[in-house]
Design a protein around this ligand. Structure first.
Ligand SMILES: O=C(O)CCCC[C@@H]1SC[C@@H]2NC(=O)N[C@@H]21
Length: 196
């Protein structure tokens, strides 16, 4: 597997976008529901899969996770460090790798606007499923859970960010499809989604 200068640049760009997306709302502490911070990470993870494809998109999300694990404050609440593993939101961070990979696989095969939007929504569902289940088990097993914490409560925390994530997923699908037709299918970008 050989990465070109363009690939490395785009991976770096998406790592930076994820860090910005994680913290753009941190300045407003009310943008948190229960244990869940409201962020733009899901939007950028979806875009990574749509624009970079499965291979490079998953690499970008893996690098993002590793950069945070070695201490850079790239996660929500400017959090960084190996202890992220025991934070209840770590499942969301791991899920971004799968989100980008699965979305990439879909759009590498079908290039219609519908496929881009469906792929984005599937990616969002993967993000919510993995992240919320991880969060539930984290609170049940090792994290300090609020009193009366239940599986239903974990999902109720996900209701406020859901409309925002769904609208942004559809927007990402439309925008990336447009980019695909105008830029990504040309020149050096054409190789981004090669399946090796
Ligand atoms: O700790 C982190 O960096 C991860 C935070 C995850 C927040 C999740 S992602 C899906 C949902 N949408 C949001 O705006 N917040 C949650």
């Amino acid at each position: 597997m050989k990465l070109r200068a363009l690939d490395i640049t785009l991976v770096g760009m998406f790592v930076a976008l994820m860090a910005i997306g994680a913290n753009i709302t941190t300045i407003a502490p009310f943008l948190r529901v229960g244990g869940v911070p409201i962020t733009l990470q899901t939007f950028f993870a979806i875009l990574a899969g749509l624009i970079l494809g499965s291979r490079l998109g998953a690499i970008a999300m893996l690098v993002y996770m590793l950069v945070g694990m070695v201490g850079a404050p790239v996660f929500a609440d400017f959090y960084g460090g190996l202890s992220i593993i025991i934070r209840p939101t770590f499942g969301f961070i791991v899920s971004y790798i799968f989100v980008a990979f699965i979305i990439g696989r879909v759009v590498e095969r079908k290039k219609t606007v519908a496929a881009f939007i469906i792929a984005a929504v599937i990616g969002m569902a993967v993000n919510y499923l993995l992240g919320t289940n991880w969060m539930y088990f984290a609170y049940k097993i090792w994290a300090a859970a609020p009193s009366g914490f239940t599986y239903k409560m974990a999902w109720l925390w996900m209701v406020p960010p859901l409309p925002k994530d769904l609208i942004l997923a559809i927007f990402a699908g439309m925008m990336a499809h447009r980019l695909e037709k105008t830029v990504l299918s040309k020149g050096q970008f054409k190789q981004l989604k090669r399946v090796s």
